[in-house]
Write a protein that binds this ligand. Structure first.
Ligand code: KIV
Ligand code: ZN
Length: 526
């Protein structure tokens, strides 16, 4: 089998986004079907070259999401992950084949530790790689192969298996730093060594896939590009297991801002970065750390006197990129209860959020309710409304009334909630108002789910600020996240809790009907 020639020019770096596969694999980051489609559409629109949409053999849910994303794709290549066996690869192809530009990604762990899992010796594994890549290439002319844990694989063996994969027809060779162990110089040396030593290396694209366990994922990815890699695998906000993956926004902005020393381009419309970052944070339930590079709340905030003074004289004094380059509009127009739909729509557009009319109506209703209670509604308030608004989860449980008593005399809650349309009430006490209110939810709707995360953020300054609350629940390994926003912190907390329970009910239903649960982990390689 001959390989297809490289499809990109030498100065273009392919951006391969794996938010929906490696990112979504992170415990607690599970997204609903609709959310995955929404994120895939945003990735496609922002110019991501390849979207890794999921792991089709893992569950019916993954398969359906990848197929649907493939059908809806406009420009991006749609890729699915598969282990090194024919059944996985066939299932992957069934899902991605609907895309205008499909890709099969197949992998196997090649380091000594990973070879021990399927109990294959070096020769047996080499044979498996030859068979599976050949099989994938007979189905699809765009095949990516990854030696998992490449950075801890013996160099001779790595060269040998990469050569086999190229000869069998792989068009992209991805070199994963699965456990986030490598460092920039080593990352570059490894890619350089493969390009120099492996016959046929000039016919394929080398990719870098870094995890961030030592905080070096971005540096390692860029070093790999310096050495000749032309595909970076990454996720929005660096989402992913443990310390996450390389953050898309970081590598893309580094290549843009430091084009003088890293002369490679990407096809990403960087003005779409903030919007997708917020959506991924919201649907995954993984908030972005305030001082996170590029997309953190403080990334462009200059609060110290010296900085503010410098910024007023010349923005370049302290700013290496403009907020608007990443889709952060400098809008100071405060909204209030007299602002209409058109003003809200315009404000959202300035904030980089495009919405269909039905979604806008939902946000508008919430905006009016908020403006009635809060004199001035700021940009962050509006973004908080957007983040909790467009969720298609059916409301089995709805909060209809809540009175909480708190203070030095103790805390209690009096709650009414409908459960599938039937009103139920409870009076409970607890250690604090939120605990009392959560106890009421448990009394009305008994369940075994454990609270794994309860997180509150004030959206703006001031005591009338909205609180955004995230709640993560775990029921027998099914992990769901709920979120809500309200000027009343206890109400926001209860709504986030109920949102998570509603999502749990959907997950339970899907399992009962044939399984959305992931039965297979990508770590069971082989
Ligand atoms: O980190 C890793 O090795 C992976 C592979 C499946 C590419 O995610
Ligand atoms: Zn990974």
């Amino acid at each position: 089998m001959t390989t297809a020639p490289k499809a990109v020019s030498d100065d273009h770096v392919v951006i391969f986004d794996t938010t929906l596969r490696d990112g979504e694999q992170s415990p607690g980051a599970t997204m609903s079907h609709e959310e995955k489609l929404e994120i895939a559409a945003l990735l496609d629109e922002m110019g991501v070259d390849v979207i890794e949409a999921g792991f089709p053999i893992a569950s019916e849910g993954d398969f359906n999401a990848v197929s649907e994303i493939a059908k809806n794709s406009k420009n991006s290549v749609i890729c699915g992950l598969s282990r090194a066996n024919f059944k996985d690869i066939d299932r992957c192809w069934e899902a991605v084949k609907h895309a205008a530009r499909p890709r099969i990604h197949t992998f196997i762990g090649t380091s000594p530790l990973h070879r021990a899992i399927p109990n294959l010796d070096q020769d047996q594994m080499a044979e498996r790689i030859h068979e599976t890549v050949t099989h994938a290439r007979n189905l699809c002319d765009n095949v990516q192969w990854s030696p998992m844990d490449a950075t801890r694989t013996e160099h001779d063996y790595l060269c040998r298996v990469v050569e086999i994969a190229i000869k069998a027809g792989a068009t992209t060779i991805n070199i994963p730093d699965t456990v986030g162990y490598t460092a920039p110089r080593e990352s570059a040396d490894l890619i350089r060594m493969l390009i120099e030593k492996v016959p046929g290396a000039d016919q394929v694209i080398f990719a870098t896939h870094c995890h961030n366990d030592l905080g070096m994922a971005t540096a390692n990815s860029l070093a790999a590009v310096e050495a000749g890699a032309r595909q970076i695998e990454c996720t929005i906000n660096g989402l992913g297991e443990r310390a996450g993956n390389t953050a898309l926004e970081e590598v893309v902005m580094a290549l843009k801002v430091r084009h003088d020393i890293m002369p490679w381009t990407t096809g990403i419309d960087t003005r779409k970065i903030m919007n997708i970052s917020r959506r991924v944070a919201s649907v995954s339930g993984f908030p972005v750390q305030f001082n996170k590079a590029i997309v953190g709340k403080n990334a462009f905030a200059h609060e110290s006197g010296i900085h503010q003074d410098g910024m007023l004289k010349n923005a370049e004094t302290f700013e290496i990129m403009r907020p608007e380059d990443v889709g952060l509009a400098a809008t100071n127009l405060v909204m209030g209860k007299h602002s209409g739909r058109a003003a809200l729509k315009d404000k959202l557009r300035q904030l980089g959020v495009e919405m269909a009319d039905n979604q806008l109506q939902d946000v508008f209703v919430r905006f009016k309710a908020l403006a009635d209670r809060k004199k001035e509604v700021y940009d962050d308030d509006i973004l908080a409304l957007v983040q909790v608004s467009d969720d298609a989860t059916p409301d089995h449980l709805i909060l209809t009334d809540l009175t909480v008593i708190c203070g030095t005399g103790g805390q209690s809650a009096d709650m009414t909630m409908t459960v599938d349309g039937v009103a139920k009430t409870a009076q409970t006490s607890g250690d604090g108002p939120v605990d009392a209110a959560f106890n009421a939810v448990k009394e009305i709707f008994p369940h075994e789910a454990k609270l794994e995360l309860y997180q509150v953020h004030a959206v703006t300054k001031g005591t009338d600020a909205q609180a955004t609350v995230s709640v993560r629940l775990n029921e027998d390994g099914r992990i769901v996240t709920g979120s809500s926003a309200d000027t009343d912190t206890v109400v926001a907390s209860v709504k986030a809790y109920i949102h998570a329970l509603n999502r749990l009910l959907v997950r339970r239903g899907k399992v009962a009907a044939g399984g959305d649960e992931r039965e297979i982990s990508y770590k069971d390689a082989g």
